[in-house]
Design a protein around this ligand. Structure first.
Ligand code: RIB
Ligand code: CA
Length: 313
């Protein structure tokens, strides 16, 4: 598989950090050009701090972190401290980062890094509300056709929403940005709750992670242990969904996933279903597909990959 250049846009809580650390642990397959942060799980200063905390823990401070949007395109920011704790990284104390943020506004950096490379070279990995991506697409209309792929953790179909009955968090926080991205024409792969809710951080999986015995695996054992509490209480599951690492696992091992090309749109008009991803799974409307929508994952294979890659750091 040819090596991909990736930009990872993120609002770190632990599932995000597992994703970008997996990517950094896979230099044969992925060249991580930059990490860009956005407001989402917690406000921008904290997402930008958490990204750097994780990079310092893994001794990967050569990877630049660029801060982006502090709020959605047109709406008030909604955050998720009720899931991830006040810091977004509750559950394990990591030192304040020494590495500075890189100079530059994330949407502008996304455009610059992508457009200075050949067409079809750069993949955007989107682990958060899509504000930075929408701003980048608006800033450079040629960006969409220049990208290799946009891979998004977000949305939901038969699983329903996780922040409202209809909407998944990343889409709900900035639905206008999501609509902009889904309509941009770039090749898009979407990994929704239908998929990520099959991939739970069960105790045996967390114990296997901890048994690797490195500072990274020890820290993420505790971070993920805290992070699963809300979902275990809400859903009655054993373990919580490891959402965002599915994006990197898809790039590394696409055979772990299954889905189909469908048309997906975002509800913007209804207060009750705002941010719902309307997935035309049976092509009832006959609209041309705009998304590869992945609905299933081999969870054991996924966690084997996650653990194997994190253990490399
Ligand atoms: O709904 C799950 C998504 O929202 C994940 O990206 C998680 O990190 C949060 O951002
Ligand atoms: Ca996220």
């Amino acid at each position: 598989m040819p090596r991909r250049s990736v930009i990872i846009d993120t609002d770190p809580s632990p599932d995000d950090a597992v994703a970008f650390l997996m990517a950094l642990a896979s230099p044969e397959e992925l060249d991580v050009l930059a990490i860009t942060t956005v407001a989402g799980n917690v406000p921008l200063p904290l997402t930008s701090k958490n990204a750097r905390k994780a990079l310092e823990l893994a001794k990967r401070t050569a990877t630049p972190v660029y801060a982006g949007a502090a709020a959605p395109l047109v709406r008030k920011l909604i955050t998720a401290e009720y899931v991830h704790g006040r810091t977004g990284f509750d559950g394990y104390d990591l030192p304040e980062p020494a590495m500075p943020l890189a100079e530059g506004f994330a949407p502008e950096v996304i455009v610059e890094l992508a457009m200075q490379r050949s067409p079809g070279e750069v993949t955007l990995c989107c682990l958060a509300p899509l504000t930075n991506i929408a701003l980048a697409l608006s800033k450079e209309p040629r960006l969409a056709s220049h990208l290799r792929e946009i891979v998004i953790m977000g949305g939901a179909f038969s699983e329903g929403g996780n922040i409202t009955p209809a909407a998944e968090f990343n889409i709900f926080v900035d639905p206008e940005a999501a609509a902009r991205v889904l309509g941009c024409g770039a090749p898009i792969t979407m990994i929704p709750l239908d998929c990520t809710h099959q991939a739970l951080t069960a105790p045996a999986r967390l114990d296997k992670l901890r048994a690797c015995g490195t500072p990274v695996t020890e820290a993420f054992y505790h971070l993920l242990k805290f992070n699963k509490i809300f979902d275990e209480t809400k859903y009655g599951w054993v373990g919580g969904p490891l959402h965002d690492a599915t994006v990197i696992a898809y790039l590394l091992a696409p055979g772990l996933f299954a889905g189909r090309e469908v048309h997906v749109s975002v509800e913007l008009g209804s207060a009750q279903t705002l941010g719902m991803t309307v997935v035309d799974w049976w092509s009832v409307l006959g609209k041309p597909p705009n998304v590869q929508f992945l609905r299933s994952v081999n969870a054991d294979g996924y966690f084997d990959l996650v653990i194997e890659r994190l253990a490399r750091l």
